[in-house]
Design a binder for this molecule. Structure first.
Ligand code: UD1
Ligand code: CA
Length: 486
């Protein structure tokens, strides 16, 4: 099957420098949603991939496709054709014509209709299948709307058969009362399409080549036209404004929330979660309000995420508690660990089980073994930390000398006193204790107390006393002088 995605329009109402199809929904460009569904529908065996008609911001759209193909190999199949001037949907499809396989039907999608489901599309494709052999029926996805203003209307005969589609701007007052609209999504017999597109004329209110005019041509040629509708109205909603984009985002997020709850996840409020990517959860996971999940995130069974956490590309083990306002990116957290509040795990943070990372602690590119703790105000970077290590408040691994990064190794059962700086590269031996305030520049031997600290002294000393302020004296003087005048 040929799939053509129309994506050349500017989207004036977005008032954006970005072409409309690159505006994001759930963290992904609208076009990526459409392409993912199209690629899914085609399956792995498809010889050729979807064809995207680009125009406004073509370079940006092509760059997006290039970058995405590096992460998702399926995008290697996607090709583009340029519609240099946007002269209408029929003209857009005409640009893709040389690339179409005439022995296969052609599915037309819009780059700005992101939530159309594979299920609805399969239904539409099946509907076009047919009785007429290879070059079969024309299948049209329509929708009944309470307010059809702005859309093309489906004009039917008294017997219910379709006659034509009339655009809002060309419609008579009577036709404007029709509530069945054209979603723009259709499956066409490609051989006939070729002929029809070439005979389109722009003699209408907008001076455009309307793809919708092929419907009347199909009627004329005796090609059967069948219609079906999507399961849910939001599926066929296109994005024209930021308002509509935000509304569709909420619909999508709520749908994802319901999928999670159906799978056994508890959400404090299904209306206050944002998943921009994929979130996989075990049973009895609880997620409090305001959390954002980006990329691929896994939360194993029994894990609790407190309010307002941001978790990106991370794997969180079983029965972990993530306290409020924690920021976790590219990290791995072992079972039964406690994170936050206000913790920051950066890429390469790899925590074993029963690890405690408390408030205002940042961990980057570091392995922390089981039962170790850094509960307050610390930076652990480029480190290997053993088991049962206690990292005191204010401890910093000085991993960066201004040019290079160096490693800190802290062996098992080490106790690091508060406000210690470990100037890397440096190693703290098993069972060692570092006294509070130590600046460690050489390796600390195992099982000893190492401390670097100026010697404490006490002196007899008089604290300076505050002098009476002159301002006060002035005020008194004024009062006196007033009195004197009287
Ligand atoms: C179109 C349909 C209308 C339907 C509506 C559904 C036509 C003539 N009208 O109207 O019946 O109810 O969609 O939303 O088809 N595009 C191009 N090149 C162009 C023009 C458009 O690639 O020259 C792309 C746009 O980027 C967009 C899609 O085609 O993805 C639809 O274009 P748009 O201008 O929104 O069509 P409408 O006038 O809304
Ligand atoms: Ca539109």
């Amino acid at each position: 099957m040929n799939i053509v995605i129309l994506a050349a329009g500017q989207g004036k109402r977005m008032k954006s420098a970005l072409p409309k199809v690159l505006q994001t929904l759930a963290g992904k460009p609208l076009l990526q949603h459409v392409l993912n569904t199209a690629l899914d529908l085609q399956g792995k065996s498809a010889k050729t991939g979807p064809i995207v008609v680009v125009g406004y911001g073509a370079a940006d759209v092509k760059e997006f496709l290039q970058i995405t193909s590096e992460q998702d190999s399926r995008y290697g199949k996607v090709t583009t054709v340029l519609q240099a001037e946007q002269k209408g949907t029929g003209h857009a499809l005409l640009q893709a014509l040389p690339k179409l396989d005439v022995n296969e039907p052609t599915l037309v999608l819009y780059g700005d209709v992101p939530l159309l489901s594979k299920k609805t599309l399969s239904k539409l494709v099946k509907l076009a299948d047919g009785v007429h052999g290879q070059d079969s029926a024309l299948a049209l996805l329509t929708q009944n709307l309470n307010n059809p203003t702005g859309y093309g209307r489906i004009v039917r005969d008294i017997d219910g058969s379709i006659k034509e589609i009339v655009e809002e701007k060309d419609a008579s007052p009577e036709q404007k009362r029709i509530t069945e609209i054209n979603t723009g999504i259709m499956v066409l017999p490609t051989n006939s399409l070729k002929k029809w597109l070439k005979s389109l004329r722009a003699s209408n209110a907008q001076g455009e080549y309307y793809l919708t005019d092929v419907i009347a041509m199909a009627v004329n040629d005796g090609v059967p036209i069948r219609t079906t509708q999507a399961d849910a109205e939001y599926e066929t909603v296109g994005v024209n404004s930021r308002d509509q984009l935000a509304a569709l985002e909420r619909v999508h997020q709520l749908n994802q929330a319901h999928v999670l709850m159906d799978a056994g996840v508890s959400l404090a409020d299904p209306a206050r979660i944002d998943i921009r990517g994929t979130l996989e959860c075990g049973t009895d996971v609880f997620i409090d309000v305001g959390c954002v999940f980006e990329g691929c995130v896994t939360l194993a069974a029994g894990t609790t995420v407190g309010p307002y956490c941001i978790i990106r590309n991370s794997v969180i083990g079983k029965n972990v508690t993530i306290h409020p306002y924690s920021h976790i990116d590219g990290a791995q957290v072992g079972a039964n660990s406690l994170i936050g509040p206000y913790a920051r795990l950066r890429p390469g943070a790899d925590l074993s089980h029963d690890v405690h990372i408390g408030n205002f602690v940042e961990v980057k590119n570091s392995k922390i073994a089981a039962n170790s703790k850094a509960n307050h105000l610390a930076y652990v970077g480029d480190s290997i930390v053993g088991s049962r290590v206690n990292i005191g408040a204010g401890t910093i691994t000085c991993n960066y000398d201004g040019v290079n990064k160096h490693q800190t190794i802290i062996e098992d059962d080490v106790f690091i006193g508060s406000d210690t700086q470990l100037v890397a590269p440096v190693r703290v031996g098993r069972g060692a204790t570092l006294g509070a305030g130590t600046t460690l520049t050489k390796d600390a031997p195992p099982n000893q107390l190492t401390v670097s600290r100026a010697k404490q002294i006490s002196l007899q000393w008089q604290r300076p006393v505050k002098k009476e302020k002159k301002v006060v004296a002035k005020k008194v003087a004024t009062k006196k002088s007033v009195k004197a005048k009287k």
